[in-house]
Design a protein around this ligand. Structure first.
Ligand code: TXA
Ligand code: MG
Length: 310
């Protein structure tokens, strides 16, 4: 592992692109100080240039150097959840250039928790700009094989780190405004956050731009629909086309392709993106997804499913 990780740090230093595992999803990394490396990152990702990107660091000290006027809430969250699946949006310092912030006055920073990512970040020493290592708008990769299938020869190196643990993207909290605001739900839940910093502000119109906030995102190519259990049963009873189903219950033999999902939210999240990819490959006319329970621990999964269904 160590030789590959050293190679990765060298490639980053020379302005190349490295896909690497984190505990959430695989990221596509570039030196966050190198304008042309980040430009290439955006073009491989096919991402609009005005979308900001998260910068990854080996330690909270390095991460906070990219921000200014760091509020106590940010420090408290970092102490509790870093390294880990949490991104903080901070007012930026002069280290964070327009090409990583999408010209906003705020920067997204994160200290991941994955031995391969942390080793690479430590050897590299600086900030690594990394969106999820998929093309814009598609399902995020949770294995190195997903990355190779999506980006192939467009990256200089794909670091292997096994299937990711969390399976969905980091929780994003904006601490650059008057009060902390949840921008993207994730493994670190609203309840987890509020237990550290108290009540979060509701999302509002002045929230910074972020692509995870676009309506249709994390989406398979096959049209997907989210529905409650009774509607799924009804839909199956009157099927005409071949469909693929993602559900909690046992397969129904009238359905062409069926994936059964775990009943706890964390195991579900871990399997979600690989499952969506599999359903997509089944070549059916539609994907039908059984809606998960309304409980708070399912908030992040529900968010991703709603986006997958546009
Ligand atoms: O788990 C993750 O966060 C993964 C891994 C690789 O770390 N990364 C990831 O990056 O999901 P990406 O680019 O696919 O999604 C990052 C989200 C986007 O919605 C982006 O717009 C938002 O974070 N974001 C980044 N910087 C921001 C900023 N300065 N202000 C507001 N939103 C920001
Ligand atoms: Mg993404």
């Amino acid at each position: 592992m160590n030789d590959e990780v050293r190679r990765a740090a060298d490639i980053l230093r020379r302005g190349g692109l490295v896909a690497f595992p984190t505990e959430t999803v695989y990221g596509l990394g570039a030196d966050a100080c190198n304008a042309s490396a980040v430009a290439r990152l955006y073009s491989v990702k096919r991402r609009p240039a005005d979308h900001p990107v998260i910068v990854h660091f080996a330690s909270p000290e390095l991460a906070f150097a990219w921000g200014r006027e760091i509020p106590d809430a940010a420090k408290a969250l970092a102490r509790k959840f870093w390294p880990g699946p949490l991104t903080l949006i901070l007012k930026r310092s002069d280290k964070a250039k327009d090409f990583v912030t999408g010209r906003q006055d705020a920067v997204g920073v994160r200290v991941p928790a994955h031995r391969v990512a942390n080793k690479m970040l430590e050897l590299f020493g600086g900030g690594v700009a990394a969106p999820s290592a998929n093309r814009f708008g598609e399902v995020s990769p949770t294995t190195a094989a997903h990355v190779r299938a999506d980006l192939g020869a467009d990256v200089d190196l794909v670091l292997e780190g096994g299937p990711t643990d969390v399976g969905i993207e980091s929780t994003i909290v904006d601490v650059s405004g008057p009060a902390p605001m949840l921008l993207r739900p994730g493994h670190v839940s609203k309840q987890d956050l509020e237990s550290v910093i108290g009540k979060l502000r509701e999302r509002s119109g002045d929230a910074p731009r972020h692509s995870g906030g676009l309506e249709r995102h994390y989406a398979p190519r096959t049209p997907a629909r989210l529905m409650p259990t009774h509607e799924l049963d009804r839909e199956i009873a009157r099927l005409k086309d071949k469909v693929a189903v993602l559900a909690f219950s046992r397969p129904d033999e009238r359905v062409e392709f069926w994936l059964r999902m775990p009943r706890d939210a964390q195991s579900y999240a871990k399997k979600l993106y690989a499952s969506l990819r599999e359903l997509d490959r089944a070549g059916c006319a539609a994907i039908l997804i059984e809606a998960p329970p309304a409980e708070p621990e399912w908030a992040a999964v529900r968010d991703r499913l709603e986006r997958a269904c546009g």
